[in-house]
Design a protein. Structure first.
Length: 510
């Protein structure tokens, strides 16, 4: 074996592990923000005089900007440079967070949330693509993506804990201000230690029609699911959004097939391994977001937990995700094909979810909820790690940013679908239960309260059954679509077309 083959790639940055610390910190900030504001929303609504009808826009403004601009942000990272885009995203996110924390009214708050989403759409794909181009050795890459995957999977639950603490012991404004030190440390560290490898820029002209069509199409899709949750699936505007999204995204795909320098080259998504990752991960996130919502309400409304206690109740899931990502996924990634981590991982998560279908008003946290969370965390952590790594598998370095953006897009759209779809299923089951027990509910007193609680739990368990099915589907997709072998195995690899075949990021040796 030659010396070159036996040693890590010469292009490996000696500061890459230091860089990982700051990249991971930035990713944690973005993921935290997705849930931390949910805890603070009731207090912020009261202080700022936001109406019940407009309350959802504190969440929706962020989701629309983030989800709609991700592909654009990924291509900007490819074109402008990932380090520069990363630091710009951090700086803008910090300023937007300061604006949100200082908000004196509804308009200022909603504007700050939209700005957070826009700068998050720059930051998230730049962070993941930096890892893709800095970690080229298979074993090192497995460790790096294990850490990143644990943060991506468990950061939302950490946000519930931190949000509970800040809201209960300080005030809601600190759920915004807390982002500022995160961003300053991450930006300063990135400026000092990240040295982006040369030759990975995409110098082609920006695909303006692609930017417009993809942004409007994704915004319409995310808003359609968000509106469906509150207004119903048959609402005229909901239907209009879905139809508009289908037309716009269809036009986007047609445009990308004919333009000289597409925003999203079809080779990025049509590769069976990357396509399998985007699809299976997006479906799994549907189940995850629904669970966060239901367990939060179950623990606080049915069990009477405080916000802080509710946050701590999610710790077993976080511990499971970290263990699954760093101790199972990272250790086995270089020994077994990725589908044998992702497929069983999603099945293990489905088993944990299956336990939660047995929820009752008087269910024991240690006997039922805790073991279910551990299984769910272990499974998702084991699956997230190879999924994050495969997202840029075999891709042209000049396309690493947009390939990374597709992971975030699948998660963002999955989150919107999960919240709307599973919440609708839960609400329908709750209504049906109350209708069947109308006489008892009308009696008033303790009996009526018990019926109300039982109706809520019936709704949660019905929706969780759907989440089980979704995770099983994710597992099936991972087993059937993802066919790359383990590093160095010579297993089949489906790569991109054209120049991508000649200048691949060496994700997996084959």
């Amino acid at each position: 074996m030659s010396k070159t083959a036996a040693t890590p790639p010469s292009a490996a940055d000696p500061s890459r592990w230091k860089a990982l610390v700051f990249i991971a910190l930035a990713q944690l900030m973005v993921v935290l923000d997705a849930t931390i504001v949910n805890i603070a929303l009731p207090s912020a609504q009261t202080d700022l005089g936001i109406s019940d009808g407009n309350r959802q826009w504190v969440i929706t403004a962020y989701a629309l900007a983030f989800g709609g601009l991700l592909l654009f942000g990924g291509r900007i990272a490819d074109k402008w440079g990932r380090k520069k885009t990363f630091i710009t995203g951090l700086t803008g996110f910090a300023l937007a967070s300061a604006l949100g924390g200082a908000a004196g009214g509804e308009a200022m708050m909603l504007g700050a949330r939209a700005l957070q989403g826009a700068f998050g759409a720059l930051l998230a794909p730049a962070a993941l693509s930096l890892l893709a181009v800095m970690f080229t050795d298979a074993k090192e890459r497995a460790k790096a993506f294990g850490i990143y995957g644990a943060i991506a999977g468990g950061g939302g639950a950490v946000g519930l804990i931190l949000g509970g603490f800040l809201t209960e012991y300080l005030n809601w404004r600190w759920t915004f201000f807390v982002n500022i030190p995160f961003a300053i440390i991450a930006a300063a560290g990135a400026w000092l230690v990240i040295r982006e490898p040369a030759g990975g820029r995409n110098r082609a002209r920006l695909d303006v029609p692609g930017v417009i069509l993809s942004t409007l199409g994704l915004i319409a899709l995310v808003y359609g699911f968000t509106r469906a949750e509150s207004a119903g699936w048959s609402d005229a505007l909901t239907v209009t959004m879905f139809v508009s999204s289908a037309v716009l995204l269809g036009a986007f795909v047609r445009t990308e097939r004919v333009v000289k320098s597409p925003l999203l080259p079809m080779r990025v998504v049509l590769d069976r391994n990357r396509g399998g990752v985007y699809l299976s991960l997006g479906l799994a996130v549907i189940a995850m977001f629904g669970l966060f919502l239901f367990l939060t309400y179950y623990l606080q409304v049915v069990k009477g937990f405080s916000p802080v206690k509710t946050g701590f109740a999610f710790l077993p899931m976080i511990a499971g995700m970290i263990t699954g990502s760093t101790q199972i996924g990272a250790r086995l990634m270089t020994r077994v094909p990725p589908r044998f981590l992702m497929g069983p991982g999603f099945l293990l998560a489905a088993t944990g979810m299956l336990l939660l279908t047995q929820l009752e008003v008087g269910s024991s946290y240690p006997a039922l909820i805790l073991p279910a969370q551990v299984l769910l965390g272990l499974g998702m952590g084991s699956a997230f790690m190879p999924a994050m790594s495969l997202a840029t598998h075999g891709v042209n370095p000049a396309d690493a940013g947009v390939a990374s953006a597709m992971v975030n897009t699948s998660q963002q759209v999955g989150g919107a679908i999960g919240t709307a779809l599973l919440n609708t299923i839960a609400a329908s089951a709750t209504t049906a239960y109350l209708t069947d027990h109308a006489a008892q509910a009308a009696a008033g007193g303790a009996a009526a309260k018990l019926i109300q609680a039982q109706a809520m739990v019936e709704g949660y368990s019905s929706a969780i059954w759907w989440a089980v099915g979704i995770l099983v589907t994710s597992s099936f997709i991972a087993f059937t679509l993802i066919n790359t072998g383990r590093p160095g195995s010579g297993g089949p690899v489906a790569s991109g077309d054209g120049v991508a075949d000649e200048v691949k990021i060496p994700v997996l040796a084959h």
